[in-house]
Design a protein around this ligand. Structure first.
Ligand SMILES: [Zn+2]
Length: 348
């Protein structure tokens, strides 16, 4: 919920504000994490960041690109043709989606799809857009090809509340990832609607990925944190990071094609081994979100009701990190197969 304030500033990857670790530090630190709106480069720099650095909030760029790669490689020819055509109509196609993409048409289309998967995070640092969740937000001028210029930072998650210690809960607020996924699935294939559909598609790819990160599906309320933890952004863990960032980065932070493709191939093989070559997967966003919420309770918040603090972070056992990596692998594969399934259904 709430765009976070600086003081709340965890590392708030998914939130409008607040990542105390600056993006500069993170970029330096092996192309890791992402810009916040505090220290955001101007637009030309973004194009570079899109490919070099994983601008993030949600899975980092690595995670989003892995899920997108799996999805793209499982699209039917008809779906591929349609998503390629829609992305080509996106106003940022030439400047961001295919910047530095290979010339060969198929590889180029795939590269555009992967780049589109992080676009909703990239615009958080793009001065053409404005943060509509801020009080007194001043809209930026509407540019050709865009239905609106808001950053929609509150679309990336849904704060389903829970409490392990009887703290009062805050209700889920719209808009959120679930309201937007549902809306997009309803409107993306309507005839004569290509302007909106080309704008919606990167959001669909991105938000579908986001809700497979369990911390995008919850906010935990404890007595000592009555406003909730903003999906783990306000829980501090070793080494010097918050819980949300730990999970965003659980699939690694190398966003290069080589890493992404290798990782995607590995987890696809694991998934196929478990579920078969043509697994039936859920196409219902409500179910994805519900699963994410349950996973958060069962596999993320396994350390009691502590929150840690910047000065005294919780000390998580080594096994915790291994478990997070295992869950992330499974969730990213699932996100990839599910995204393929909904796109194949939409674009027959
Ligand atoms: Zn996101």
């Amino acid at each position: 919920m709430r765009p976070r304030t600086k003081s709340g500033a965890g590392i708030g990857p998914r939130r409008a504000s607040g990542r105390p670790e600056s993006w500069r530090t993170n970029v330096r630190r092996s192309l890791k994490s992402c810009p916040t709106h505090e220290a955001i480069p101007a637009f030309p720099m973004l194009a570079v960041l899109l490919f070099l650095s994983p601008a993030v909030f949600g899975w980092n760029a690595t995670g989003h690109r892995i899920a997108a790669a799996i999805a793209y490689d499982h699209l039917t020819p008809a779906a591929k043709q349609r998503v390629d055509a829609l992305l080509e109509k996106h106003p940022d196609y030439a400047t961001l989606f295919i910047r530095d993409a290979p010339a060969e048409p198929e590889a180029r289309a795939r590269a555009a799809f992967l780049a589109a998967s992080v676009w909703p995070d990239v615009i958080r640092g793009d001065s053409r857009f404005y943060d509509d969740t801020r009080e007194n937000a001043k809209p930026t001028p509407l540019l050709p090809g865009f239905p609106y210029m808001a950053r929609h930072t509150n679309w990336h998650y849904i704060d389903i509340p829970f409490s392990p210690d009887g703290a009062a809960l805050e209700a889920v607020k719209p808009p959120n990832a679930l309201t937007e996924l549902r809306r997009i699935l309803k409107e993306i294939n309507q005839p004569g609607n290509d302007l909106v559909a080309s704008y919606d598609l990167p959001w669909l790819i991105h938000l579908e990925g986001d809700v497979h990160q369990p911390l995008h599906c919850t906010s935990r309320f404890v007595q000592s944190q009555p406003k909730g933890d903003a999906g783990g952004n306000n829980v501090f863990v070793t080494p010097g990071r918050n819980l949300h960032a730990l999970w965003d980065d659980a699939a690694g932070s190398d966003a290069s094609d080589a890493y992404v493709n290798r990782f995607a191939a590995e987890i696809t093989a694991e998934f196929v081994k478990r579920r078969g070559r043509h697994p039936r997967v859920s196409k219902d966003p409500k179910r994805w979100v519900r699963e994410g919420f349950e996973l958060a309770k069962s596999d993320v918040y396994t350390f009691g009701s502590g929150t840690g603090s910047r000065e005294h972070p919780l000390a998580l056992p080594e096994q915790y990190f291994a478990d997070a990596r295992r869950v992330a692998r499974r969730q990213l594969a699932l996100a990839g197969f599910r995204l393929a399934a909904i796109l194949n259904e939409q674009f027959k």
